[in-house]
Design a protein around this ligand. Structure first.
Ligand code: UDP
Length: 327
């Protein structure tokens, strides 16, 4: 059985990737400092608690488990926080990626899948974003992720590292069996906040910005089901088996939904009234982020069939109602 080191495996997306690895007969070893992840989310393989910048500990982990590949999820991911505290993001994202990739290389592990983000494109006024679009991050999170990509494209590649870089658009939904799901404290993401309001855990959803140049004035995002994101990681591993070098893929569906339309869909699915408060724009937000191009479909064989808005909200709602979130 092959072992894959999953940094951030206790987090939202990492825990879904661990399930996909386990289902494919592999052993996902989670390496996580539990700063934003949860030990309870590590259900599919061992947990090692540690910091991604702790090079000694990383060396020991690579020695113990001799992983065949790395999926590097562990990272700070709050855009507004990155605007307030960019130093934290520079230390954690390119710094953490470098430390993990160098430990991997030292151990002879040369397959690396990096979680990246559509934030590397910044705010491009409604342009449909392809992998070849201009890189112009408008917050420290996007800048730091781009620097991590560059590390893999440059120095790590020169030393023999093969990488798949996955630029996620907006990840939503939950495992269809509700074994794992989205659980951040504090929560900043739209879908779980909407569902908290539907459940009466919060009073209202704040709509950050109602004066954007979008059809209804609220921000437009391309939402992708977390299990489809996990699938792309598995296909990324296959790509790395067959190819060398570094390849970047957007993980988006090509369709954007406004904040208001996500709330409306959630009202229909939960059959609850979801009060809203119109608020100021959130620093670092782009008006619209929608993926274009079919590179992941064509080259990875990715088909994000679960990524319809009703399906994502239904699966997230099931996690809220019946998963660990409900406990
Ligand atoms: N958003 C909002 N209210 C919230 C949380 C998010 O209006 O309570 C908006 C946010 O401004 C963005 C979209 O919803 O336009 C998605 O935000 P999220 O934080 O889920 O993901 P991000 O785009 O920051 O990765």
């Amino acid at each position: 059985m092959k072992t894959v080191l999953v940094t951030g495996g206790a987090g939202y997306i990492g825990s879904h990737a661990c399930k996909a690895l386990r289902d494919a007969g592999m052993i996902p070893v989670t390496y996580d400092d539990l700063s934003t992840g949860w030990a309870d989310a590590v259900k599919f393989g061992p947990l090692e608690v540690g910091d991604i910048t702790d090079t000694k500990r990383l060396d020991a982990i690579f020695k113990t488990y001799a992983p065949d590949a790395v999926m590097h999820f562990a990272a700070c991911s709050d855009i507004a926080e990155s605007v307030r505290d960019p130093g934290k993001y520079w230390h954690n994202i390119p710094g953490g990626t470098q430390a993990v990739a160098e430990a991997a290389l030292k151990a002879g592990c040369t397959k690396f899948v990096l979680s990246s983000t559509c934030s590397v494109y910044g705010d491009q006024d409604g342009v449909i974003l392809k992998e070849t679009s201009t890189i112009a991050p408008n917050n420290a999170y996007g800048e730091a992720k781009r620097a991590a990509e560059e590390f893999l494209e440059g120095r790590a590649a020169a030393e023999g590292m093969r990488s798949v870089i996955l630029r996620y658009f907006n990840v939503a939904g939950a495992d269809e069996d509700a074994e794992v799901g989205e659980w951040h404290r504090p929560e900043t993401h739209l879908v779980p906040i909407i569902l908290d309001v539907a459940e009466g855990r919060r009073d209202a959803v704040r709509i950050y910005g109602t004066d954007y140049a979008t059809p209804d004035g609220s921000c437009v995002r391309d939402y992708v089901h977390v299990t489809d994101i996990a699938d792309a990681h598995m296909q990324g591993l296959d790509w790395l088996k067959a190819n060398g070098g570094v390849r970047t893929f957007n993980l988006g569906t090509g369709t954007g939904f406004s904040v208001r339309s996500v709330i409306a869909e959630a009202e229909a699915i939960t059959r609850k009234e979801i009060p809203v408060l119109e608020d100021a724009r959130r620093p670092g937000d782009a008006a619209s982020l929608v993926s274009g191009g079919d590179r992941a479909r064509q080259e990875l064989g990715w088909s994000p069939d679960r990524s319809t808005l009703p399906r994502m909200i239904k699966d997230a709602w099931r996690w809220h109602q019946t998963g660990d979130y409900a406990k």
